[in-house]
Design a protein around this ligand. Structure first.
Ligand SMILES: Cc1cc2nc3c(=O)[nH]c(=O)nc-3n(C[C@H](O)[C@H](O)[C@H](O)COP(=O)(O)OP(=O)(O)OC[C@H]3O[C@@H](n4cnc5c(N)ncnc54)[C@H](O)[C@@H]3O)c2cc1C
Length: 297
């Protein structure tokens, strides 16, 4: 079985930053990506807080720049989903299994980001309705003249609304009365004539209605109804570590303390999930790996 010095799981901003910096140190690595380069940036409407882009930059444009950067350093991610990551304590090595191969590595960098939290109401729905539900705006980016209901009212939900509202009518349903998003984002959404916002609202029934869906919800103790085409769920995200073996789950903290396992970017950042942080984290991780390897040679 092939053995690598470093394996990176994920080619989002944090994995890419780690890879570029490792390349600068001439440390050999392999990087796996299950979907597409750039990770969550594919869903981001306009990134306005990344220094250097004073006019803001679309997530998809940012990805194009990251791809050029990877090309310059001749970094080619392998498009394979990592299915399992384990640590063999007797050999002091990681075992990685993807859809296509099994490898060993000395150091593992987990840059796998987050996955959307599941909307529990979904379990009550038949497949014919589930087919019209999505968790990522990228799946709806080409549609126009449709009505989309967004479940959730965090920054991602509001960003999704802005991505869709130029060509569609958007509804946002917030089960709470509070809006916990940046005021600049909140103002843009609440002022947009193609976006209608409902607070204190909870869905209790969804049914097929002709080609679309009828969504029933309680708002301020009154029943309301919307006729829509698609549902987009954005009710929060959680770390993406489904490929961890039971053994790796137990050893995680120990291996982190030994600088054998590194978690970078959103996967470990809780609510502090931002591109700038993910990229800084990736660069720092590669530097830590470099100094850890220096001290062992
Ligand atoms: C709608 C939206 C708007 C945003 N707007 C902003 C903004 O304005 N400003 C800002 O700073 N941040 C913004 N963000 C957050 C920003 O996109 C993230 O902080 C950043 O992408 C995190 O990078 P990451 O590499 O840690 O994780 P991700 O971008 O999630 O990348 C993780 C990668 O790992 C891959 N992966 C996961 N599991 C596996 C596996 N088993 N095998 C192989 N590959 C795997 C995934 O496919 C993905 O490509 C926004 C996010 C969203 C969703």
């Amino acid at each position: 079985m092939q053995k690598f010095k470093v394996t990176i799981i994920g080619a989002g901003p944090s994995g890419i930053a780690t890879a570029i910096q490792l390349k600068r140190y001439n440390i050999p690595f392999i990087i796996f990506e299950q979907k597409s380069i750039g990770g969550l940036l594919r869903n981001a409407n306009l990134i306005e807080n990344y220094p250097g882009f004073h006019k803001g930059i679309r997530g998809t444009e940012f990805i194009k720049i990251l791809k050029k950067h990877l090309k310059k350093y001749k970094i080619k991610p392998l498009y394979e989903k990592v299915l399992k990551a384990d640590y063999l304590r007797n050999k002091e090595i990681f075992y990685i299994k993807t859809e296509k191969r099994e490898i060993y590595c000395e150091i593992l960098v987990v840059a796998s980001g987050t996955k959307p939290k599941k909307w529990e109401f979904e379990d009550k729905l038949p497949d014919s309705i589930k087919k019209r539900m999505y968790y990522e705006v990228v799946n709806l980016k080409r549609i126009k003249n449709r009505k989309i209901l967004i479940i959730g009212a965090g920054e991602i939900a509001f960003d999704y609304a802005l991505s869709l509202c130029d060509k569609n009518k958007v509804f946002i349903l917030n089960r709470s009365k509070k809006i916990k998003v940046l005021s600049v984002l909140k103002d843009k959404v609440l002022k947009n004539k193609n976006i209608k916002y409902f607070d204190n609202s909870k869905v209790y029934k969804i049914e097929k209605k002709g080609k679309g869906l009828g969504v029933y919800f309680i708002k301020d103790n009154k029943s309301e109804k919307l006729e829509i085409d698609y549902i987009l769920v954005a009710i929060g995200r959680e770390p993406n570590k489904g490929f961890y073996s039971e053994n790796l789950k137990k050893l995680e903290n120990f291996l982190i303390s030994r600088e054998k396992l590194f978690l970078v970017g959103d996967v470990k950042k809780g609510i502090f999930r931002q591109v700038g942080i993910a990229i800084g984290d990736g660069i720092e991780t590669a530097m830590r790996i470099y100094f850890a390897l220096l001290s062992t040679t």
